[in-house]
Ligand binder design. Sequence first.
Ligand code: FES
Ligand code: FES
Length: 279
Amino acid sequence: MPEQTDNQDLTDDEKSLIQEILSEDESNLTPYGESRRNFLKMAMLTSGGLMAFELSGAQGFFADSLTDSPAPGIIENILRVAFKVNGNKKSLDIDSRMTLLDALRERLQLTGSKKGCDHGQCGACTLLVDGRRVLSCLTLAASCEGKSITTIEGLADNAKLHPMQAAFVKHDGFQCGYCTPGQICSATALIEEAKRGELSYLSTDVRSKAGPLELSDEEIRERMSGNICRCGAYPNIVDAIKEVHSGKDVGQHWQFLHEGNNAFSVGNLMQKGGENAAI
Ligand code: FES
Ligand code: FES
């Protein structure tokens, strides 16, 4: 019986390529040159391996995991889940361990909900399930069977912004915008929670059955504390929520320099500078 060799499954071209690489005379190389040459050899062999991986069926496993109908038997723990997303019925074959956030972003291309930490710490992935705010990075898609999911893409009424979206625009409640979908979904649910009289960590009377609540700035901050904004747009976010919650116009805390005759106008700043050279 012929002896089994490592090269047995290689084509003639592959065998001669490896032979050529391994047979170089390294006797004249310096230690530095030698290790560099060995590194290049390893890199070439590794890239060859990656090429073979791409050409093999192994790549199909990962591609299949992103399609709506993965080949049965390739992914473990497949189950079918059906729910409504922004009013539309959806049915997906998913790995039972897939999060709601991944199902929406990777399978339904609803990328409005953001993946910030993927650990339930930043709130960027907040969306609504049956009207309640949830962290979709900590929610299994499989647990949403039969439920109604609303993402930031589903809040507006066609071209008409949701009142909370309009308030965020009016009050400049964002800078980079990464946290904004989560902030707006969270704020939308917060308004409903206040209407139902749901208590928070700051509630002082937990015995009486509260009716609709009037939220102070402090209460709004507390109830939004699960949504982190690395740009620090918090004061404007609170203003936006306060306006929607109270139904009353909340003045902006900022103004463009060229606007009006106010304390921050260019004219006033220049005048102040003239009055007091130290400013
Ligand atoms: Fe879900 Fe950060 S991505 S809480
Ligand atoms: Fe940038 Fe909030 S607007 S993280």
